[in-house]
Write a protein that binds this ligand. Structure first.
Ligand code: NAG
Ligand code: NAG
Ligand code: NAG
Length: 239
């Protein structure tokens, strides 16, 4: 996975740091990064290697990346049928009342680093929260969401900053009819927006694409560059 980013300029290894919650931080090589990115994971959390690698990719593109541990060390297992795991309970436990304060801490941490602008990128479960971070007063300048799940109408209509969305062809959590509604609502927000559909992809491709499949590989890479271009255009650019 890393190899497709090799042409990009900068990168340094991510590190785990503590700020009242665990953050995965990935720093670019440049001395004073101008733009921070809050990276919001899928239900597999910062514990999933592919989430850390993708966060590192944003750092290589010049952003200072902070990914909060949204599940306090207990992400969902890869296999939802794992005994003891209850998806309904997991969703209830990690709703907005538990998650919003975690995200606010991640934003607050980024502000202490001296970045001038803050963007957010979110995947599946985290995609919904990328929208929530664009509501008034959250301190985030632009957002990107790949295949967001559980996204509510009010959360779309509440955005006050530009939003870009990457959608999968096959996604039970975001079917074509729902995608059309999201497009119409984004148009109604009067914010700059973008919705891209990637053929041959399925839910999760922004992080967990099967890169042996050329269409999925293209979709994952293109969705990454979509986010980078969006942040360069609407959050002041990284470099
Ligand atoms: C899963 O959690 C929900 C909500 O707490 C509960 O209603 C349900 O009975 C649980 N299912 C199982 C199989 O334990
Ligand atoms: C967008 O706004 C128009 C005009 O207010 C309204 O009629 C329409 O229902 C809105 N669309 C959605 C999807 O909310
Ligand atoms: C990944 O894609 C390749 C090429 O299409 C396919 O042969 C392989 O079975 C796929 N792997 C999984 C786990 O789906």
């Amino acid at each position: 996975m890393r190899s497709f980013l090799a042409p990009l300029l900068l990168w340094s290894a991510g590190s785990l740091a503590s700020f009242a919650l665990n953050l995965y931080i990935s720093e670019p090589d440049c001395k004073k990064p101008k733009v921070g990115v809050v990276y919001l994971t899928d239900v597999f959390g910062i514990q999933l290697a592919q989430n850390k690698l993708l966060a590192d990719s944003f750092a290589r593109a010049g952003f200072l990346v902070v990914a909060p541990d949204m599940f306090d060390g207990n992400p969902a297992p890869m296999d939802f049928t794992t005994p003891g795991f209850n998806a309904t309970e997991f969703t209830l436990l990690h709703g907005p009342s538990a998650t919003d304060p975690i995200l606010a801490k991640a934003v607050a941490y980024l502000k202490t680093t001296g970045v001038e602008k803050i963007a957010t990128t979110g995947y599946c479960y985290g995609g919904r929260y990328a929208f929530r971070l664009l509501a008034a007063g959250k301190g985030v300048d632009a957002g990107f969401a790949a295949h967001p799940s559980l996204l509510e109408d009010s959360e779309i209509m509440a955005i006050t900053r530009p939003m870009s969305v990457a959608a999968a062809e096959t996604d039970a959590m975001l079917v074509p009819a729902r995608r059309s509604v999201i497009e119409a609502m984004l148009a109604n927000t009067s914010q700059p927006y973008q919705v891209n559909l990637y053929g041959g992809t399925s839910h999760g491709f922004g992080v967990r694409a099967n890169v042996s499949d050329p269409e999925q590989k293209f979709g994952k890479e293109a969705a990454f560059y979509q986010a980078v271009r969006w942040f360069n255009a609407w959050a002041g650019g990284a470099l």
